[in-house]
Design a protein around this ligand. Structure first.
Ligand SMILES: NC(=O)c1ccc[n+]([C@@H]2O[C@H](COP(=O)([O-])OP(=O)(O)OC[C@H]3O[C@@H](n4cnc5c(N)ncnc54)[C@H](O)[C@@H]3O)[C@@H](O)[C@H]2O)c1
Length: 375
């Protein structure tokens, strides 16, 4: 990690005054309303399109040249309902453009960071993802900006970012305002979901609140560290609910019973069980890794999170063993059918997940059998 980089010799200015990125005195030419770092990804691009659709001038900064080319051509690099037309319109109107040039962060008052925050092969989070992305642009940041962290972060990363900026002699307001959309639904959810807004100081809180008012009037203020936890709890809660359904489903199948009938019976006109999800592959780009971020944050004492991981990630193996108990021998006769899983949604976290790679790693015949079972 690179948090201890030496501060730049750039004089800190009081309050909202600005200083040119190159250290010269005088006002900065602020040509854009907002720059989004990591802007061509699943979160950054819909956010940029939504802001542009509300009249903001947006630059998407991304290290992926191919992704910036696609966006500048007015094309969506992934499926996102309702995003294609406003993207074309925003690019044509000059309200949205993508670039790999980090100097762009010096051209807007507000900078949003939405780079990926994965866990590694040992399930450890990368605490450096957000600070490292900012360090790449550090020479272009200036006093008086507002930096909004929107990536889902390990608790404490916002404080690390505040200290990093301080060490560079920068007087910048920092806010943490997590993204809570589901892929494929961003263009409605960005305008409908409440926005959690957090910052250490009143000024930063007010600026972040005013920024998101362009998308929604439902603002939920929190303390910074509360907000970091709130986002991790949001995803972990869903992951645990899926694990509960998946474990119940495996138990019923082991007993030769139809889980669908049992679930139907306990949820029918019984509101206290109505939130029991259908079983299915779980994790997606976020649920699994954010549960593991929370586990790491609690010194790996999060027994419930780890149990959920074992259940959800064990589901493909359970299905394979039901269909094909001995991997060395094909079954002599067809095995009894399993009760159905939640239909896979190709765009959501119920399907795009680490479990899918487990399925893919099975032999072709077994994988087809699993897909047939799952659909
Ligand atoms: N995908 C979702 O549905 C979702 C929902 C809520 C929150 N989140 C969170 O949002 C964050 C981003 O997720 P995502 O799905 O958009 O990831 P993504 O991988 O789709 O996008 C990240 C983008 O950042 C770019 N990037 C990486 N390092 C960079 C750097 N140093 N400077 C500039 N660009 C850089 C990548 O090229 C990529 O285009 C994560 O923290 C994730 O947990 C994701």
């Amino acid at each position: 990690m690179t948090y201890d980089a030496k501060p730049h010799h750039r004089g800190r200015q009081a309050g909202m005054q600005t200083q040119r990125p190159n250290g010269e005195a005088g006002p900065v030419a602020r040509c854009e309303d907002v720059v989004v770092i990591g802007g061509c990804g699943r979160v950054g691009l819909p956010l940029g399109i939504a802001l542009a659709s509300r009249g903001r001038s947006v630059v998407l900064y991304d290290i992926n040249q191919a992704a910036t080319d696609v966006v500048n051509a007015g094309e969506l690099p992934f499926a996102e309902e309702g995003a294609a037309a406003p993207l074309v319109e925003a690019v044509r109107a000059g309200r949205l453009r993508a670039t790999t040039d980090p100097a762009c962060v010096g051209r807007a008052d507000t900078v949003i960071v939405v780079v990926g925050t994965p866990v590694d092969e040992h399930l450890n989070p990368d605490l450096g993802a957000v600070p490292t992305a900012l360090e790449r642009c550090m020479d272009h940041l200036y006093d008086g900006q507002l930096i909004i962290l929107r990536s889902t972060v390990h608790p404490g990363v916002t404080a690390l970012t505040e200290r990093l900026l301080e060490r560079h002699g920068l007087d910048i307001d920092v806010a943490f305002c997590p993204e809570r959309i589901a892929e494929g639904h961003a263009m409605t959810e960005l305008f409908e979901l409440p926005q959690i807004v957090s910052a250490r100081g009143q000024r930063a809180l007010e600026r972040a609140t005013a920024f998101f008012a362009v998308l929604t009037d439902k603002i939920v203020p929190l303390e910074l560290e509360e907000a970091e936890l709130a986002k991790l709890y949001t995803n972990t809660w869903r992951y645990i609910k899926f694990a509960t359904a998946n474990q119940f489903w495996m138990m019923a199948n082991d007993a030769g019973l139809d889980f669908t009938r049992v679930r139907q019976a306990i949820t029918q006109d019984y509101p206290r069980a109505a939130d029991l999800p259908m079983p299915g592959f779980a994790a997606g780009p976020c649920l699994f890794k954010d549960t593991m971020q929370l586990a790491a944050a609690t010194n790996n004492t999060f027994a419930l999170g780890h149990a959920a991981m074992l259940v959800n990630e064990g589901l493909p193996n359970f299905i394979v063993r039901q269909r094909w108990p001995d991997p060395m021998k094909p079954p002599k006769r067809p095995r009894p059918a399993l009760s159905p899983l939640r239909p896979p949604d190709q765009r959501s976290e119920t399907w795009l997940n680490p479990a899918r790679s487990t399925v893919s790693s099975c032999s072709g015949a077994t994988a087809s059998s699993i897909r047939a079972t799952a659909s």
